[in-house]
Design a protein around this ligand. Structure first.
Ligand SMILES: Nc1ncnc2c1ncn2[C@@H]1O[C@H](COP(=O)(O)OP(=O)(O)OP(=O)(O)O)[C@@H](O)[C@H]1O
Ligand SMILES: [Mg+2]
Length: 370
C-alpha cells in the first residue's frame, strides 16, 4: 500500500511531528486562549488542530468547516450538523431539536457516511439570531466537558451578505464562554487579518495569532525517508530535499509528489532523479485538464506573469527585472494582471511577492515552454 497520504486530515503515524506548534496550540487550548491560525493552503492547519486536541486528554473537538459558506442559513446548518456529529447522546440531541423546534428539524442517519445529519424545513430560513441559540447550545456542551471549537476556513464568513452581523453575533457570545477555547483557522491572509486585526472588526484583538508554516526539514526529511523505507524503497536525503523543493515546501503537495514517486518505483528499488521526473509527470497527466481550463480563463498578459512567477520566487514583481521577464512594459499592467490572478485564486501573496497556489502548475508551464 502506498504510505503517503494527501488531500485528507492526517494524524498519528501519518502526522509528521511539529512539536513547537503542537505545544503552543495545546497550551492555548488548556489556558482557554482563543487563537487564529494562518497558513497557506495544504500547509497542515486542519491536521494540526485535530492532532493537538487528540493529544490533549479529556478534550473534545467541535470542528466546523466554513469553506465556501455563503449564507446565514448555511452557517447555522454547518454548526448544527457539527454539534450532532460530536454529541451523539440521545438526551442532548432531543434537547437540541426541541430548542430549534421553530425550524422543524428532523434527525436522520446519512446512508452513505453513517453520520447523523439534521435537516430542516427548507421553507423556514434561519435568521442571524439563530446563531446565538446555537452558541448557547455550544456553551452548554462546554459546561459538561473540556471543549475546543474550531472554525476552519473562517474567512469565508465574509462571503455571507450579512457577515458584519454574523461576526458581531458570534463574537458577542464567544467572549463570555470562558471555559471553551476557540480556534479560527484560515488560509486567506488579508481576510483573516481583516477579521482579527482591523479595529473596526468585532473580532479585533480577540484571539492570539499563530502562524503555520512549512514543516521543518529536520523532521520532515526523515519522516518521508521512513515512509519510503516502510514500502521498501530507498531514497537519499538529497532526493527527498529535491522533492520537497519541487512541491514548493507545501506538505500536502510534497506528500502527493512522494505518493507518485512511490508508484513509479518498485519494491527494493532506490529512488533516482529520473523517478522524480516520472512522479511529476504523473501529476501533470492527472491535472492537465484543470491546467488547460485555467489557461482558457486567463489573458495572455496574465499568463506571462504566471510564467515569470514560476521561474522566480523572490524577484519583486514591480522591479525592472520582473517586467523584463514578462515582456510587459508598464508596472500598472503587471499589477492589474496579478490582482486578477489573486482574485481567481491562481496565485497568492507571499513574503512581499506572489506564489502559485499550485506549484505543479508552475512546473507544467515551464515544462511545456510557455
Ligand atoms: N504534520 C503533517 N505531517 C505530514 N503531512 C502533513 C502534515 N500536515 C499536513 N500534511 C499534508 O498536507 C495535507 C493537507 O493537510 P491539511 O488538510 O491539514 O492542511 P490545511 O492547511 O488544512 O489545507 P487546506 O488549506 O486545503 O484546508 C495532508 O493530507 C498531508 O498530505
Ligand atoms: Mg484545512
Amino acid at each position: 500500500m502506498n504510505p503517503f497520504r494527501y488531500g485528507q486530515v492526517v494524524s498519528k503515524g501519518d502526522f509528521c511531528s511539529r512539536p513547537l506548534l503542537l505545544k503552543q496550540l495545546m497550551t492555548f487550548a488548556e489556558s482557554g486562549q482563543n487563537v487564529f491560525l494562518q497558513g497557506e493552503r495544504r500547509i497542515g492547519k486542519t491536521s494540526l488542530i485535530h492532532e493537538a486536541v487528540r493529544k490533549l486528554s479529556g478534550y473534545k473537538l467541535l470542528y466546523i468547516d466554513l469553506l465556501e459558506v455563503k449564507t446565514i442559513d448555511d452557517l447555522c446548518r454547518r454548526m448544527i450538523t457539527s454539534i450532532v456529529r460530536m454529541e451523539q447522546k440521545a438526551a442532548f440531541q432531543k434537547k437540541l431539536l426541541s430548542s430549534l423546534a421553530h425550524l422543524r428539524p428532523s434527525l436522520s442517519i446519512d446512508p452513505v457516511t453513517g453520520f447523523p445529519t439534521v435537516s430542516f424545513d427548507s421553507r423556514i430560513g434561519m435568521k442571524p439570531d439563530t446563531i446565538e441559540g446555537i452558541l448557547d447550545l455550544i456553551a452548554e456542551l462546554g459546561g459538561k466537558r473540556k471543549l475546543v471549537v474550531a472554525f476552519d476556513e473562517f474567512q469565508d464568513v465574509l462571503n455571507i451578505r450579512e457577515s458584519d452581523r454574523a461576526l458581531a453575533l458570534l463574537r458577542s457570545r464567544i467572549q463570555f464562554q470562558n471555559n471553551i477555547t476557540y480556534f479560527f483557522a484560515g488560509s486567506v491572509r488579508n481576510q483573516m487579518n481583516g477579521i482579527f486585526t482591523d479595529p473596526s472588526s468585532p473580532f479585533f484583538k480577540s484571539a492570539a495569532s499563530l502562524e503555520v508554516g512549512p514543516i521543518d526539514g529536520k523532521t520532515f526529511v526523515p519522516f518521508l525517508k521512513k515512509k519510503f523505507a516502510s514500502g521498501e524503497r530507498k531514497i537519499s536525503i538529497g532526493i527527498v530535499g529535491e522533492a520537497i523543493g519541487m512541491a514548493g515546501n507545501i506538505p500536502g503537495d510534497v506528500q502527493e509528489l512522494c505518493a507518485c514517486i512511490f508508484d513509479a518505483t518498485s519494491s527494493g528499488e532506490s529512488v533516482t532523479g529520473e523517478h522524480l521526473a516520472v512522479g511529476l509527470n504523473m501529476i501533470f497527466a492527472r491535472e492537465r485538464k484543470a491546467y488547460e481550463a485555467t489557461l482558457i480563463s486567463i489573458t495572455g498578459l496574465q499568463l506571462r506573469c504566471l510564467v515569470a512567477l514560476s521561474e522566480t520566487d523572490s524577484v519583486k514583481v514591480l522591479s525592472s527585472e520582473f517586467l523584463e521577464k514578462t515582456g510587459i512594459r508598464t508596472a500598472s499592467s503587471v499589477q492589474a494582471a496579478l490582482k486578477r490572478l489573486v482574485k481567481l485564486k491562481i496565485i497568492y501573496r507571499h513574503k512581499g511577492t506572489y506564489r502559485l497556489a499550485n506549484p505543479f502548475f508552475g512546473s507544467w508551464l515551464i515544462w511545456n515552454g510557455f
